[in-house]
Ligand binder design. Structure first.
Ligand code: SF4
Ligand code: SF4
Length: 473
């Protein structure tokens, strides 16, 4: 992996993954599972054996050709936050995917180093079958965390991110197998290769300036020409951590495709699900109206737009303000956090220093402040008018015990409100030519006999009648 170019034109002829395998060579020795026995979990079964009797659907209820798909989860330079996010997903939940609870979706047999029951060689049994081509169903690979330059670590006999051991050392000695190696060996035969979280999609925090590991993304490692056995390039679901629902929904969409129920869902030019990352997070932000009115928070905890204390939302592709963090709850600006661009390929280096005003925002915040100085008072003015019943305008009084301190609009503001109402009615093509302010004159009289009667159309007073105790007045 140390060599980043190997063609005369400076481009990679072989991907870094292929070059890594050139160094490691093929493998042909495996754990002796007969000798190891079924030890590995207290239940003496592996995860698949445990779930299969309850998860397996009958041939009638299973709609597509695939009954199950294996999913191999690997961890490079990661904090495991992506695993936590996925276990919190709701639509669909991880449990539903494992149980094959969605009609038409094959169930997922997940091989996850933290979530599986078994450990050690028993956990790696399915991995070995996949390399040997003996697995009983198609598989996908999922990478959490970034790929590292393991060649560099090997120079001193070490490794950066190991995911178990195999007897692939000299003379069958067990040696650490890195996330890189699993990915390099399994990606060519995978039905899909999916990167979860910003470390796996773009390198993320482990690849920040000054890191010693040479950290990079799954896409960097597998290269531009990589295609899965179903012809799919690397799929990227970024976020630090990603929204669990974003990931599970994407997996479900890919499974529908593998099942033959639909076309490949739309991905953008960087392999992100286009329907999830096509908009900036600013466009759906709960604080967007403050930005428009030029009202900005000065410190965390203020309710206004957070741009001047470091929010990059207007230029960041993310859907957390509309989707929430878990089950439509939480999510950065919804709970007071400024966007630091964690879903973006430029994260983190292009967003530092965090929590300082992004330089590009000066133009728009200055324009919004100017516009807001006019728009905001006008809106407050209309808001005051719309917060009054027509009856209260007639009576000149708000009959609310809560409003004892609230003064009536003065002559100027009252005239303004009437003008506003006249303007509104100019576009009302279906209007009757009623007196705008005289809809309920009989009740006005009942309340205030001194008040000058306002005649309805035709000039006659309505028939005298008793005012019911149910009626206001
Ligand atoms: S808090 Fe951020 S995303 Fe929300 S309106 Fe302000 S700049 Fe936009
Ligand atoms: S709003 Fe910004 S910081 Fe929050 S998840 Fe989205 S990209 Fe990351």
């Amino acid at each position: 992996m140390a060599s980043r170019t190997n063609g005369d034109d400076g481009k990679l002829d072989r991907s870094l993954a292929e070059q890594f395998l050139d160094v490691l060579g093929p493998v042909d020795r495996w754990h002796d599972h007969e000798h190891i026995g079924d030890f590995g979990s207290p239940a003496r079964v592996d995860m698949e054996q445990l779930l299969e009797p309850v998860a397996k659907a009958g041939p009638v209820s299973r709609l597509g050709p695939l009954e199950k798909v294996h999913a191999f989860w690997f961890a490079g330079m990661s904090c495991d936050g992506c695993s936590v996010a996925v276990t919190g997903a709701e639509k669909p939940s991880l449990e539903d995917l494992l149980m094959g609870a969605h009609p038409g979706l094959p169930r997922i047999v997940l091989h996850h180093p933290v979530l599986d029951l078994e450990g050690g060689p028993n956990f790696l049994r399915a991995h070995e079958r996949a390399i040997k081509g003996e697995l009983d169903a198609p598989y996908v690979i999922i990478l959490e965390g970034s790929i590292t330059d393991e060649n560099k670590a090997m120079e001193t006999g070490g490794f950066w991110a190991s995911n178990g051991e195999e007897p692939w050392g000299k003379d069958g000695v067990e040696r650490a197998v890195t996330a890189n190696e699993w990915v390099a060996r399994l990606a060519p035969g995978a039905a899909a290769s999916i990167a979860i979280g910003t470390c796996a999609t773009w390198g993320g925090i482990p690849s920040a300036q000054g890191n010693p590991t040479g950290a990079m993304s799954l896409m960097d490692f597998l290269g531009k020409d990589y295609r899965s056995t179903f012809g799919v390039p690397v799929v990227n679901v970024p976020g630090c951590p990603p929204i669990g629902d974003n990931f599970n929904e994407t997996v479900a969409a890919i499974l529908y495709f593998l099942q033959g129920f639909g076309p490949l869902p739309e991905f953008d030019e960087l392999g992100r699900p286009a329907w999830l990352f096509g908009e900036t997070v600013h466009r759906h932000c709960v604080r967007g109206a403050y930005y428009e009115e030029g009202a900005y928070a000065e410190e965390f905890g203020d309710p206004e737009c957070l741009v001047e204390i470091g929010c990059w939302g207007p230029v960041v592709n993310c859907n957390i303000t509309s989707r929430g963090a878990i089950n439509h709850v939480g999510g950065c600006m919804n709970v007071g956090g400024a966007c630091i661009g964690c879903t973006m390929p430029g994260f983190p280096d292009k967003f530092t220093p965090f929590h300082k005003t992004p330089p590009g925002s000066r133009v728009s915040t200055t324009a919004s402040r100017l516009l807001g100085s006019v728009i905001k008072p006008l809106r407050m003015y209309s808001n005051e008018h719309l917060n009054r019943e027509v009856r209260w305008d007639i009576h000149g009084d708000v009959p609310s015990g809560w409003a004892s301190e609230k003064s009536e609009p003065g002559a100027l503001r009252g005239a303004g409100h009437k003008l506003y109402d006249k303007l509104r009615r100019t576009t009302d093509t279906g209007r009757q030519d009623n007196e705008t302010w005289g809809k309920r004159t009989e009740w006005t009289q009942a309340r205030d006999p001194e008040l000058e009667p306002q005649l309805p159309r035709g000039g006659e007073l309505p028939e005298e009648r008793e005012v019911s105790s149910q009626e206001p007045g």
